[in-house]
Every structure is written in structure tokens, then in C-alpha cells.
Design a protein around this ligand. Structure first.
Ligand code: HEC
Length: 110
């Protein structure tokens, strides 16, 4: 009898832990999305929201690049392989992981 109630207790604890884990991971995903969107938003002043510049703007439109092509260009700016007026300076301010996240958000998906 005691062992049955112990089992029930353990089962309930397990269900609670699973529910807590599910909630925590949903929050983690939301926090990760917010982080990714915030990083990508740092490009919007010049390249427009989601990489689409305003009509007539002289800034390059960047969202025609695939995510991997964009990441390559950002790395080229960061390492100095590609120069520009501003991008080679900006790219140095981000970690490789952050550049990857930004390129994933702003780049074309296929
Ligand atoms: C202060 C304005 C400014 C900001 C902010 C900015 N860029 Fe740029 N970006 C430029 C300019 C200007 C160029 C053209 C190259 C140059 O002169 O540096 C460019 C070029 C690029 C290119 C090359 C486009 C191509 O056709 O090859 C990519 C990719 C790019 N930017 C991505 C980004 C990303 C991602 C961010 C955010 C981390 C960002 N830029 C933030 C101004 C900006």
C-alpha cells in the first residue's frame, strides 16, 4: 500500500518535472528568438527592416543573399578580406556565433 502511494507520488513528481521542463524550454525558445531578432535589428537602421531598404535608399539590399552567403560576406568583412566604408568595422563587433544568428534571421532561406 505504501509503495503504491510512493509510486503515485514519484509519478506525479515526474509529470510535474516534465511539465516544468516543457515550460522552461518554450521560454528558452522565446528568449532565443528575441535575442536573434534584437541582433538582426541592429542592421535595420541602414539596411531596413528584415534587410529591405526603403525605395531609393543607397544602402545595399541584403535579404536577397542566402543565409550562408550573407554569413560568408560578414566573415569577409570581419577578417578584412572584404573592405568597405563601414561593414568591415561593424562586423568586427560581433562574435562569429552572433554573425551566424544574424545571417540566419536576415538571409534567404533557400
Ligand atoms: C551604418 C550603416 C550600416 C549598418 C548599421 C549595417 N550595414 Fe551592412 N552595409 C552598409 C554599407 C554602406 C554597405 C556597403 C559596403 C560598405 O561600404 O561598407 C553594407 C554592405 C553589407 C553587406 C554586403 C551586401 C552585398 O551585396 O554583398 C552585407 C551582407 C551587410 N552589409 C550586412 C549587414 C548586417 C548583417 C548588418 C547588421 C549586423 C549590417 N550590414 C549593418 C551599411 C550598414
Amino acid at each position: 500500500m505504501a509503495s503504491v502511494s510512493l509510486q503515485k507520488g514519484l509519478l506525479a513528481a515526474g509529470v510535474c518535472a516534465a511539465m516544468f521542463a516543457a515550460t522552461a524550454s518554450a521560454q528558452d525558445i522565446q528568449a532565443q528568438r528575441l535575442y536573434a531578432q534584437s541582433l538582426a535589428a541592429t542592421c535595420a537602421n541602414c539596411h531596413g527592416t528584415n534587410g529591405v531598404s526603403a525605395p531609393g535608399a543607397t544602402m545595399p539590399v541584403i535579404n536577397q543573399l542566402t543565409s550562408s552567403a550573407m554569413y560568408e560576406q560578414l566573415q569577409a568583412y570581419k577578417t578584412g578580406a572584404r573592405t568597405g566604408t563601414i561593414m568591415h568595422q561593424l562586423a568586427k563587433g560581433y562574435t562569429d556565433e552572433q554573425l551566424k544568428i544574424i545571417a540566419d534571421v536576415l538571409g534567404k532561406k533557400n
